[in-house]
Design a protein around this ligand. Sequence first.
Ligand SMILES: Cc1ncc(COP(=O)(O)O)c(C=O)c1O
Length: 428
Amino acid sequence: MSSDTADTAADSAGADEYDRSAAEAAEAADLVDPLGAARDRFVLPEGLIYLDGNSLGAMPAAVLPAMNDALSRQWAGDLIRSWNDNDWWSLPGRVGDRIGSLIGAAPGQVMCGDSTSVQLFQALVAACRMRPGRTVLLTDGDSFPTDQYIADAVGRLLDLEVVRVHPNDVGEHLDARTAAVLFSLVDYRTGELFDAAGITGAVQRAGAVMVWDLCHAAGALLVELDSIGAEFAVGCGYKYLNGGPGAPAFIYIAERLLAELELPLTGWHGHRTPFGLDQHYTPSLSVEQARIGTPPLLSMLALDAALDAFTGTSMDELRAKSLGLTDRAIHYADARLAEFGVEVVTPREHRRRGSQVSLRMPQAYEVCQALIARGVIGDFRAPDLLRLGYAPLYLRHIDVQNSMQILYDVLATGAYQDPAYAHRNPVT
Ligand SMILES: Cc1ncc(COP(=O)(O)O)c(C=O)c1O
């Protein structure tokens, strides 16, 4: 045997041993996982490892019967009577309060409806209007495009200068000109979690108003809006809240602001007396003013049912599980994937990490496609990130281990070089 062959054999024996003991540790962690049973609340395709709950959450089992009931009894049978008899009218507020319980908001401050983009517009215009005379709106140039596009549109509308700053540097840019600040709590690409309390405090000390985008946080990690004194927040219903494709979004407005607020989208559902059918708009005094028009009832009923999957769980448990899963993925990447030029871009400190692990690598797109072909679904974010999301309600530690082993094989064998994986789909 040549010395090269001997080295390779020794490496592979070492690798097998690493995987064996890592798999045993993952199985042991699953055995004592307090959230282990929650996986049964989801419909997950057999044999698939789903690491994209940060884009579209898996379907909770409770959604199917709820949809069946919504269609065949409520819509087909009860028809228009459902607004009263099935309490469709109060659904946006009820779902809002349920979401509120997952993001540290006492009842009466969260309204469900519309898309995140619409809610961003609502919150940002209202926030900027609270600081007349101030001329600057700060946002993160690395944040999700819709956030930046809406910030720019609000800037044009209200004649504000939009300045892009990184959340960690916001302190250097805050001054008496700053009207409002919009940041995502978790960077959608890198998974970096920002300091919600620290940033909110700094923004408020400068006399500005803070708007948080919680799309990558709600349902995955501890958010304590009331206790950090937050003002506005928005987020979507289809990621870690598992509300389904196109699920309605939500807006949080701190109760103390409700009386002084001027929301820009004044639809009739937000009127103080919607069925008074007044000619002019008078906003509801409560968070009901954040309703706009007729909500997407079926999607909202699906989201309502999906939220049952959180029953009996605490955000502390979810956060601990999420960190356990992402720790496991990061350890594996450090131990076994560095040799392929893979770099972990997600912060290693728990306090700075969301619920995803982003791996920078050449040909990340092709690697992502090769993984999907092998039953591991993550996603790709241009130009070079493989993004793996860890939804703590339904992922097991062994899923992390198995998916990383498959990733190792895809890289080690060069399987991702198959030309079929280079074909670019419209959605990556
Ligand atoms: C941070 C963030 N904001 C907003 C959105 C999407 O907004 P909308 O729900 O309006 O499509 C996403 C989508 O992934 C996102 O990651």
